[in-house]
Write a protein that binds this ligand. Structure first.
Ligand code: GAP
Length: 492
């Protein structure tokens, strides 16, 4: 039976305990932008670390990369984003608020079936849309919308100070293209052989029409993406491999099985580059419970590398058209594209081909929200409500808190020494303020797996109590075995 957690409880805990704040709050806040506070940044870094460990560090066939956010405008022309990355929107004629057409609910429906993240401009233009029974989510008017129109999602900015050579650039809407653009560099400078992957974690930006639910859908967010290059014909097997690997990653980090599922994309909702796609979905507590995408796993075929080969052939036209990608048409594909500059040479088979790509693409902020929701719990303890985050130790912001029972008899000094020693190995917290019960509760709410207390007995036999967050059980451990005890329990 799935636990019922309300999003409001999570938002309020995040604010109260310094996980997540509204951006620019001192000026009234900036919609859909969030800042990670002291506990939040530790959580987010741990999610990224856990992803990197699983996808890069523990594998022999994946290398990492960190690309710039600003890229040559031809990247977006070739990838298809410049022409196709848009949402279909309609404007309410009464209140002038624009809404994504796929987010509009029918008059009596509870909410719209939100599945696709985005759509290709050409596919949405072709489809007919009956909005006569659709409800404006802003003012409640039914069926008074303009004709649907595409709305481009990439943020623009100006690069360069001089009028003559400044140009309009886009902030990347996905990290993936930086990987494709460096495919040749990685091949030429490392010993990778197909099958292999290139992984990257970084910020992406989308001028989303509808933002949603706290950090679930924002305009600035972080992605963790892997482009796994394989021989055509082996792509379906690798697709299955990554489906299983990615699903298990969430389970291994503590997400409950009943809150996680796969959802295959219908052919008409596939992104312009994909042959197949499956989402890992999480049962988020929006409304009365809402299965929503956590991560997409796509078979991108050889689309991107082929497109970039065309882009490379097109470069001169970009100069000729005043460096305006909107006026450039991509060069036709060369007949010998399989041996083009982004092809791969297989030494043993003595043949060249453009590799296929399997892409698991996760949202770091969305995963952090799912980990928060899944870990959140409330229970009655001796007539009081205990709020706690049952985080897996790998993602817990603080691994151990150290307390002196009272601020006298040398207990603070011993506790400080323990803290100074442990913090060399993992993130720790020292607290000597207030009743020890309250200090435990504060750490429960932060999701800290272990609390160590120095008490009267420590002065006699050099043991401390180690309290486990979930069971609240306490054991005595001698101070010289404490580090080993915790490292074993924390698996670090
Ligand atoms: N390279 C493929 C790609 O970007 P996507 O499904 O558009 O695919 C992948 O995005 C993941 O990035 C999503 O599953 C989600 O976790 C995250 N994501 C996408 N848009 C987001 C947004 N506006 N806010 C937060 N996370 C987002």
């Amino acid at each position: 039976m799935a636990k019922i957690t309300k999003l409001d409880d999570i938002v309020s805990l995040c604010k109260r305990r310094g996980f997540i704040f509204q951006s620019s709050e001192i000026y009234g806040g900036l919609a859909s932008c969030y800042d990670y506070g002291p506990l939040g940044v530790e959580l987010k870094n741990n999610v990224k670390r856990a992803w990197w460990k699983n996808v890069v560090q523990m594998r022999d066939d994946v290398v990492g990369l960190d690309c710039s956010i600003l890229m040559h405008p031809m990247v977006w022309k070739a990838s298809g984003h410049a022409d196709k990355f848009a949402d279909l929107i309609a404007e309410c004629k009464k209140c002038n608020v624009r809404t994504r057409v796929d987010h509009l609910a029918e008059k009596d429906a509870e909410h719209a079936e939100e599945h696709t993240e985005h759509v290709a401009i050409d596919s949405v233009q072709a489809a007919a849309h009956d909005l006569s029974r659709k409800l404006c989510p802003s003012c409640g008017t039914v069926g008074r919308f303009t004709e649907p129109m595409p709305f481009k999602l990439m943020f623009e900015t100006q690069m360069g100070a001089n009028v003559d050579d400044s140009m309009t650039m886009q902030l990347r809407p996905e990290t993936a293209q930086g990987i494709f653009a460096n495919f040749r560099n990685v091949l030429d400078t490392t010993r990778v052989k197909i099958p292999f992957g290139i992984a990257q974690i970084g910020k992406s930006f989308r001028n989303e029409v509808t933002t949603k639910a706290f950090i679930f859908r924002t305009r600035e967010f972080e992605q963790a993406e892997l482009e796994f290059f394989c021989e055509p014909g082996t792509d379906e097997q690798w697709f299955e491999h990554w489906k299983e690997a990615r699903f298990n990653w969430y389970l291994d980090l503590g997400i409950s099985k009943e809150n996680l599922r796969f959802r295959e994309h219908d052919p008409d909702e596939l992104a312009h580059y994909a042959k197949g796609c499956v989402d890992v979905e999480y049962l988020f507590p929006f409304g009365s419970g809402d299965w929503q995408e956590l991560e997409g796993i796509a078979n991108r075929t050889d689309y991107d590398l082929r497109q970039h080969q065309r882009g490379m052939r097109t470069l001169n036209r970009w100069f000729e058209n005043g460096r305006d990608v909107n006026r450039v048409t991509l060069a036709d594909e060369a007949e010998d594209y399989q041996s083009g500059p982004l092809s791969y040479f297989n030494d043993e088979q003595k043949r060249r081909y453009i590799p296929y790509v399997i892409e698991p693409s996760a949202g770091i902020d969305r995963s952090a929200l799912a980990f928060l929701v899944d870990a959140y719990d409330e229970e009655e303890v001796r007539g009081e409500t205990r709020n706690l985050l049952r985080f897996n130790p790998a993602i817990a912001p603080i691994k151990a808190a150290v307390f002196p029972l009272v601020k006298k008899d040398g207990m603070p000094e011993i506790a400080r020494n323990i803290y100074d020693d442990l913090k060399k190995y993992f993130n720790c917290f020292y607290d000597e303020k207030g009743a020890v019960g309250r200090r435990y509760r504060r750490q429960d709410e932060a999701g800290t797996p272990f609390c160590i207390t120095v008490d009267g007995q420590t002065l006699e036999d050099k043991t401390v109590t180690v309290r486990q967050r979930d069971s609240m059980e306490q054991v005595r451990v001698s101070t010289d075995q404490l580090k080993g005890h915790l490292r074993e329990k924390l698996d670090m």
